[in-house]
Design a protein around this ligand. Structure first.
Ligand code: GDD
Ligand code: MN
Length: 386
């Protein structure tokens, strides 16, 4: 039996999602232009805006007043192109689902060609590709090189021979998308990779050649983190979800935290001299050790929180007061790991004869995995699902 929502008379053939973050300068002309190119097709446009600080939402609402096919959904406290796209498709009504940028970079002529191709009915997935034949991709040399490298790495994980898996402009049937929906990761920018790698059903796919145009104002949100996100996403897909993307990011942060720990421990070891010992049951624990290891633990913990906040949990990034309470939550969550780490370090050094540095590093690594679960539960309060 068909889903009631889609059996409705007003279900459009195509739902085109546009994710936006501060695209107030471009969004009106983007929506208007694409509408002009989709004449004759029964479509809706769903703009998923992550609470832009500019007039993006106002522009879309205004467009929606005269054209009910244009809808707006605002997400609060969440970030990320991939998860925004998924949200858009979740609330879309069309039988075919698509996505494009809200800054005017995707060519409406190519989008029309994609729509015609998929609505013909013999394809499951159609993508705009910058890499069919010899073409000017519209990217700078460095970005072009990076994009090609990413495409190569992605090809190793994906079973579908897409020429441009990094494309942010594609369309697919809802039926095929539904086979991927339960396994989506929703991390980062590369939603096409996410979708294709999340289903075992091979799509019948087609491509349309399209170079990127210039942005119509605003600025790109692409940065180094997009590369890390993609690497993490690929690990998750390559391991069938056993190692999640977030765990990879958390692990990378953890490794950097280990370096901070080592640095602080070494500096403190050579600079600080404190006499005496703390009597603990039948043992004497030197203040030196407590302070050196404690300082290294505390500072690396704070470093980890800061980096996780802008990297691993960027989509739920905390600012202002919530950041402070988040930090306290993080300390609390890590406190058992921290005490464990301190205790084990001193134990390894004093009673197992480890070198002071080796003892510290071993103990720090031990508390690492524990902290991941603590952080997820207490500081960033992960909601289930995307
Ligand atoms: N809702 C939401 N939330 N939208 C976002 C976010 C976010 O956190 N980050 C970016 N966007 C929106 C932007 O407003 C824009 O409409 C679109 O996503 C793409 O972002 P850009 O910052 O313009 O990315 P780009 O042009 O560098 O990269 C695009 O092209 C690449 C190559 O085709 C994207 O489409 C990439 O996905 C694509 O790989
Ligand atoms: Mn763009």
């Amino acid at each position: 039996m068909p889903d009631a929502k889609f059996a409705a008379d007003n279900a459009p053939a195509l739902s085109l999602i546009i994710c936006t973050l501060n695209e107030g300068a471009a969004i009106r002309s983007v929506v208007t232009e694409i509408g002009e190119h989709l004449t004759g097709i029964d479509y809706e446009i769903v703009v998923v805006d992550d609470d832009s600080k500019d007039n993006t939402a106002a522009e879309v609402l205004d467009l929606g007043k005269t054209d009910p096919r244009v809808r707006l959904f605002v997400r609060k406290g969440e970030r990320g192109l991939s998860s925004a796209a998924i949200k858009g498709w979740d609330i879309a009504k069309g039988r075919v689902l698509g996505i494009m940028d809200g800054d005017g970079q995707h060519d409406p002529v190519a989008i029309r060609a994609l729509a015609d191709m998929i609505l013909a009915g013999d394809k499951d997935l159609v993508c705009a590709s910058r890499y069919i034949g010899k073409t000017d991709t519209g990217l700078s040399f460095i970005r072009d090189l990076g994009s090609k490298a990413a495409t190569l790495a992605t090809g190793l994980v994906l079973k579908v021979p897409l020429t441009d898996p990094m494309s942010g402009c594609f369309m697919m049937t809802r039926d095929w998308y539904d086979t991927a929906r339960p396994n989506l990761t929703g991390v980062g920018f590369k939603i096409l990779v996410d979708v294709v790698a999340s289903t075992r059903v091979k799509p019948r796919f087609g491509e349309v050649k399209a170079a990127l145009r210039q942005r119509q104002g605003g600025e790109s949100k692409l940065d180094i983190r997009v590369v890390l996100d993609l690497a993490a996403l690929l690990v998750e897909k390559a391991t069938n979800g056993i190692i999640t993307a977030r765990f990879v990011l958390f692990g990378l942060v953890g490794v950097s935290g280990a370096f901070v720990y080592a640095l602080v421990l070494a500096v403190s070891h050579y600079l600080l001299r404190v006499e005496g010992a703390l009597p603990l049951y039948r043992y004497q624990v030197r203040w030196d050790d407590i302070i050196n290891y404690g300082l290294a633990i505390w500072l690396s913990m704070t470093w980890n929180f800061w980096l996780n906040n802008i990297l691993t949990f960027r989509d739920k990034r905390l600012k202002g007061w919530p950041m402070l309470t988040g930090l306290l939550g993080f300390y609390f969550a890590c406190s058992i790991g921290a005490i464990l780490s301190l205790g084990v370090a001193i134990l390894l050094k004093d009673y197992f004869g480890f070198h002071w540095f080796a003892a510290g590093i071993s103990a720090a690594l031990l508390s690492g995995v524990w902290n991941y679960w603590g952080a997820k539960a207490l500081a960033w309060n992960q909601k289930k699902g995307i």
